[in-house]
Design a protein around this ligand. Structure first.
Ligand code: FAD
Ligand code: EPU
Length: 345
């Protein structure tokens, strides 16, 4: 375990220059528990991080940031499936490429999503028609106070759209230390989204889906290594079928996605674009021109710039459509997470 007293700039993909009192980069669950206990003794708050690709640092963090780098991919085989037990600190995209290289299919739609494997269950990462919940077998979670490690089945994780038990009962005082992934040998391609619909269901190979997903993502989403961002800043709003029908009547072009439970998902990027906010900026923060759902650190933005921009976006979209966007990104204050909706209301 290494202790440093430095900037959090390398640890958040918005590249905001907030600081922490301590940064502990941990390689094992035991080190994680020790770092937590140490902070508890000093009565300091703790922030757990993977790759910081879904956080907005509002200010300096008055405590210890624990960066999870627990590594390891162990593979076992049953008649029907490949079973992968993956350390929480492994890079997600590396897991996707590792799987494909070894002939295990099922993760190709989730290529190029930044962040760690251990963070993937928290918001049930999803893209191009697939969500983590479809490939998740279990999640190993450590109770940081007792050190006890518990295995939650995928069902127990209560996965929903950008949601899971790790944003509720298992949020505070718990750390995800490993994730079990189950990839069935009988592969079913998912080619229902965007450019993927042009692929031939009878001949398509996982690698083609992987390549198409990478191409689509690279054409819209800014590379965080070049332009600071945290992906979609807001969640796509889920509304009743009545609200969606009213919107569709007034704006026949608005994309709407019917959900299994009868509700309807709207496209926040479309709502933001229609509010004429593409390219709009406040201070160093801007709405990305290729994908309006992404807020970017265009020019040395502060956390306050990004908050002010998010507030403006929420208000403009709310006033025009009476749909009130909620951040997907987690807002981190001096002592821990803050309610993001309250911050930008
Ligand atoms: P972090 O940002 O480090 O942490 C996120 C939250 O989880 C924080 O609250 C943190 O405290 C908590 N946390 C971190 N590690 C642990 C742990 N081990 N145990 C418990 N809590 C922990 N997301 C999608 O779903 N689909 C996409 O297509 C997508 N595209 C993106 C594209 C770009 C360019 C970017 C920058 C982001 C994108 N995202 C997407 C969001 C992001 O990739 C995911 O949310 C990812 O899972 C975050 O991983 P991370 O390791 O960076 O998490
Ligand atoms: N759209 C616009 N203008 C824009 C952006 C989007 O009109 O500026 C329209 C598109 O034309 C399309 C619809 O909105 O009709 C949806 O756009 P897109 O396919 O780009 O996806 P998204 O809904 O904006 C979601 C996820 C992404 C994920 C993609 C692909 C959320 C909040 N975001 O974005 O996840 O990669 O679908 O599946 O659900 C993330 O969570 O960080 C993330 C990037």
């Amino acid at each position: 375990m290494s202790m440093q007293l430095h900037s959090l700039k390398p640890y958040n993909t918005f590249h905001l220059d907030a600081h922490a009192q301590h940064i502990a980069v941990i390689d094992t669950a035991a080190e994680l528990a020790a770092a937590w206990q140490e902070s508890l003794k000093k009565q300091q708050p703790v922030l757990l991080l993977g790759e910081g690709s879904n956080i907005l640092l509002l200010e300096d963090f008055q405590g210890t940031v624990i960066v999870n780098r627990i590594k390891g991919i162990n593979v076992s085989e049953s008649n029907e499936a490949w079973h992968l037990h993956v350390g929480a600190g492994e890079n997600w995209h590396r897991l996707v490429t590792y799987s494909l290289e070894n002939g295990f299919s099922g993760l190709e739609n989730l290529a190029l999503i930044p962040g760690c494997v251990g963070s993937a269950p928290i918001q049930n990462i999803g893209a191009y028609g697939v969500e983590l919940k479809q490939v998740c077998d279990y999640v190993d979670v450590m109770n940081l106070t007792s050190g006890h490690i518990q295995r939650l089945s995928a069902e127990e994780c209560c996965f929903g759209y950008r949601d899971s038990i790790f944003k509720h009962q298992f949020q505070d005082g718990y750390a995800i230390i490993a994730v079990g992934i189950l990839l069935r040998k009988a592969w079913t391609p998912v080619i229902t989204y965007g450019e993927l619909t042009t692929l031939d269901i009878d001949t398509v190979q996982p690698r083609q889906i992987f390549d198409a997903v990478c191409r689509m993502r690279r054409s819209k989403l800014p590379d965080p290594n070049i332009v600071g961002n945290a992906g979609s800043f807001f969640k796509n709003p889920v509304v009743s079928s009545i609200v969606a029908a009213t919107l569709k009547q007034k704006y026949p072009d608005s994309p709407v996605y019917a959900q299994a439970d009868g509700s309807v998902k709207l496209a926040a990027g479309w709502l933001i674009e229609q509010s004429e906010l593409k390219g709009y900026h406040i201070g160093g923060a801007a709405v990305h021109r290729q994908q309006a759902l992404v807020l970017i650190n265009e020019d040395d933005a502060s956390g306050e710039d990004i908050v002010a921009l998010a507030r403006e976006v929420r208000h403009r979209v709310g006033e025009k459509f009476n749909v009130w966007l909620e951040p997907e990104v987690r807002f981190i204050g001096a002592y821990g997470e803050k309610n993001a909706v309250e911050v930008i209301s």
